[in-house]
Design a protein around this ligand. Structure first.
Ligand code: SAM
Length: 470
């Protein structure tokens, strides 16, 4: 009984519908007439259904795959221009009562030191992050009602927003914590969070239950219906993701698009972001024990097909991926990346010796933020620390409306330039500053109506004023 409007997990993520979709995609993977029709529809950049997008993902024809990649690049350019938003994860606590078999935080792991930051330690972490230049964080914590209750998360958010160190400020705190109640989502909303992010890990219920054998996360329906409760609690920006490697990628691809369709059908607004994590080596975790690992080419195809299927949804890739892999994915649709990340609790102000590492997983891209920024600019991207939409109440359907009309350039582009200028003034190395100033001069030429105002603001930024936005 597939029903995108239902609020019951098994109905909006129907196993039967996914199996039917995979069958349909297999039957049509060489149906060039159908594939060409889907590509024509995709060119309108209004998105595709999970069935249509699954056919593109299954397509094995080189020529058409080339077209898929080309189209993904075009949609990326049309909707996001050359801007890339930067953020960093902040691990608050690795105490966890769940038994997730792919995660080193699982309750039975006795090797990793357990750690929970005090509010004083959070201050130190945030100052270290501000000194790198970050303005946007994603806070992460294991699920543990005793050690990490909602009050702890709320206190931590308050602490983070309150820290004003030199010219620094964290202006948007996204939250990645376990599925919780409507009441708790309301509290998070009232605390002023940006996006609520929760990875589904896998949409396959049977696998999900095996991969989460113990703890509250075992409950598939409660986990899958979390975004509905978040929306009910007033959070209108939600971020989806699956952990690639756990289940068949084609199953997950259809599942995540059905989840997006469900949110759109019920709340009139799709997911704000989709993350694409792949499983990594970690303490107690060997990724090769999972059968569904995907290679870089398949990964690129998934990113391209997501870009085409949901053009207005931001896409995130973390430092789990290497520099070269990230470079390839950026072109195909990624709009946000993390930089200079530490996945251990307290890792920013006090890097731990490796043997005591409380890290969640190995990071591939270990470059400092300044180097990531310079690299982005050398590739032709405009790094952005902008949080203006959030600060101006442009969230949920208000954001999506602007985005769907391709108007985000009018706001995002000048905001990206101004926040980059702040970075260059406050944090950049001389080398990065030189590359950045040249880029800003070039980008200014692309502005139309607001060019004069932006130029005036850039001078004000040089004189110490901060936080200009459209
Ligand atoms: N505790 C929260 C929850 O229960 O959803 C989420 C926080 S967890 C710190 C963030 C994400 O990291 C998880 O949702 C999972 O997808 C991912 N993760 C866990 N183990 C991983 C591994 N070995 N490699 C890559 N990503 C992993």
């Amino acid at each position: 009984m597939y029903n995108p409007k239902s609020k019951i997990a098994d109905e909006f993520i129907s196993h039967e519908e996914i199996l039917e979709t995979l069958k349909y995609a297999d039957e049509n993977k060489n149906n060039f007439k159908l594939i060409d029709e889907i590509l024509e529809k995709a060119k309108e950049a209004k998105g595709l259904t999970h069935r249509e997008a699954s056919v593109l993902l299954a397509c094995e024809d080189d020529e058409r795959n080339e077209e898929i990649f080309k189209l993904a690049k075009k949609i990326k350019q049309d909707y996001y221009g050359n801007r890339i938003v930067l953020f960093a994860p902040l691990y608050l606590s690795n105490y966890c009562v769940n038994g997730c078999v792919y995660c080193p935080y699982h309750a039975k792991n006795t090797h990793i030191p357990r750690k929970k930051l005090t509010q004083e330690e959070i201050k130190k972490e945030v100052i270290a992050l501000q000194d790198m230049g970050h303005k946007r964080l994603a806070i992460e914590a294991g699920e543990d009602p005793v050690n990490n209750p909602i009050e702890y998360i709320l206190d931590s958010i308050k602490t983070i927003y309150s820290i004003k160190h030199k010219n620094g400020a964290i202006r948007r705190v996204n939250v990645n914590i376990a599925a919780t109640t409507v009441e708790n989502y309301r509290k998070l909303h009232e605390a002023g969070i940006g996006t609520y992010i929760l990875f589904q890990e896998t949409y396959n219920k049977e696998s999900y239950e095996k991969l989460h054998p113990t703890g509250p996360k075992h409950n598939y329906n409660y986990h899958t219906e979390a975004m509905d409760r978040a929306m009910e609690g007033g959070i209108d920006d939600v971020g989806l993701g699956v952990l690639y490697g756990l289940e068949s990628y084609r199953y997950e691809f259809a599942g995540i698009l059905m989840h997006a369709e469900h949110l759109e059908a019920v709340y009139g607004v799709g997911p704000h972001t989709i993350s694409v994590p792949r499983i990594k080596k970690a303490d107690d975790i060997d990724p090769s024990t999972f059968d569904n690992g995907i290679d870089d080419d398949t990964f690129a195809k998934i990113v391209a097909c997501i870009r085409i299927a949901v053009p207005y949804t931001g896409m995130i890739v973390s430092t789990r991926e290497s520099e070269s892999c990230r470079a390839r994915l950026l072109e195909l649709g990624i709009s946000q990346i993390s930089g200079g990340s530490k996945t251990s609790v307290g890792g920013y102000y006090e890097p731990m010796p490796e043997k005591d590492d409380s890290a969640q997983f190995d990071v591939s891209d270990r470059r400092p933020l300044d180097e990531v920024l310079r690299w982005l600019m050398q590739l032709g991207y405009l790094p952005s620390f902008c949080t203006a939409c959030y600060g101006s109440g442009r969230t949920g359907d208000r954001f999506m409306e602007i985005c769907k009309k391709q108007q985000i350039h009018n706001f995002c582009h000048p905001n990206a330039i101004m926040t980059l200028k702040e970075y260059l003034e406050d944090y950049a190395s001389p080398e990065t500053k030189e590359v950045g100033e040249k880029l800003i001069a070039k980008e200014l030429e692309t502005l139309t109506g607001v060019k004069n105002t932006v130029e005036e603001n850039l001078v004000k930024i040089e004189h110490g004023e901060r936080n200009f936005k459209f």
